[in-house]
Ligand binder design. Structure first.
Ligand SMILES: C[S@@+](CC[C@H](N)C(=O)[O-])C[C@H]1O[C@@H](n2cnc3c(N)ncnc32)[C@H](O)[C@@H]1O
Length: 245
């Protein structure tokens, strides 16, 4: 299973490695997520893959009701414990093993499960979601759209603004950018038929929206998707059980 490889990567890390590592960024992201959670009225939530707790502590500071945070990396959870103390229960282990016994009304996961679970594990996640009678909504925040991720080299996001003079370094840099663009176009042409792709050990998987649409249809779940506000190549997936009323 994919989880073993990713546990190897995360087991000694102490930071989630988000784009900006400052309180203002985490607080804005938390606010963005909380709006979706409040709309669905699905508190308390379980934070699946809560990591070092940067976002978790911003959620708690903004009064989101969280009853448990889970992560398979002890070093990440130790940092989370330092940040949040006893404000919520933290448990170490593979998220998939805990799902049947959770009592939360919402399951949330940011840059975790939709990134570090392979397609068969995502199927297990959704099966456990359907089987757990307490939970109503599963929110997979900041899922990577791998085609948009490849676009980063086309849009020049990797341009280094510190290099100002026309010198050998800059020429090499620009050649690399052109190669990056060609590689992106190649990937668009030859891989757009795939609904998922492993990017790397650190980034995990990227999934296209069609993957979740199909998963939801096969499991008779409602599925909504929204662009992420702070990452141009990520989107939020919200799966909910259909109501009978
Ligand atoms: C990029 S960090 C994100 C942490 C946090 N959610 C955030 O957004 O700041 C990804 C975390 O997911 C955890 N993780 C990935 N797959 C997991 C799994 N199957 N079970 C438990 N934790 C997992 C990793 O240990 C890591 O701490």
């Amino acid at each position: 299973m994919g989880s073993k490889e990713f546990l190897g990567y995360w087991k000694q890390k102490e930071s989630s490695g988000q784009r900006y590592n400052d309180l203002e960024f985490y607080s804005r992201k938390a606010r963005e997520h909380i709006n979706y959670i409040k709309d669905l009225n699905c508190e308390p939530v379980a934070d699946l893959g809560c990591g070092a707790g940067e976002l978790l502590s911003s959620y708690l500071n903004q009064d989101l009701k969280i009853d448990i945070g889970l992560d398979f990396s002890q070093s990440m959870l130790s940092q989370a414990k330092k940040r949040i103390g006893n404000q919520c229960n933290l448990k170490v282990g593979n998220v998939l093993d805990f799902l049947p016994e959770l009592n939360s009304k919402g399951w949330i996961s940011t840059q975790s499960l939709s990134q570090y679970l392979d397609p068969s594990e995502l199927n297990i996640l959704v099966t456990r979601f359907k089987e757990n009678r307490h939970v109503e909504s599963l929110l997979l925040f900041d899922t990577i759209n791998y085609l948009n991720y490849y676009n980063l080299s086309i849009s020049g996001s990797r341009y280094d603004s510190k290099i100002k003079q026309q010198n050998v370094k800059q020429v090499i840099r620009e050649l690399k950018t052109i190669l990056g663009v060609m590689l992106s176009l190649f990937k668009h042409i030859f891989e757009s038929g795939k609904s998922h792709r492993k990017i790397s050990t650190s980034m995990g998987y990227g999934y296209l929206p069609v993957f979740f649409k199909k998963l939801a249809d096969e499991n008779d779940l409602d599925c909504k998707m929204f662009s992420s506000k702070y990452y141009e190549y990520r989107y939020h997936v919200i799966l909910s059980k259909k109501r009978n009323d």
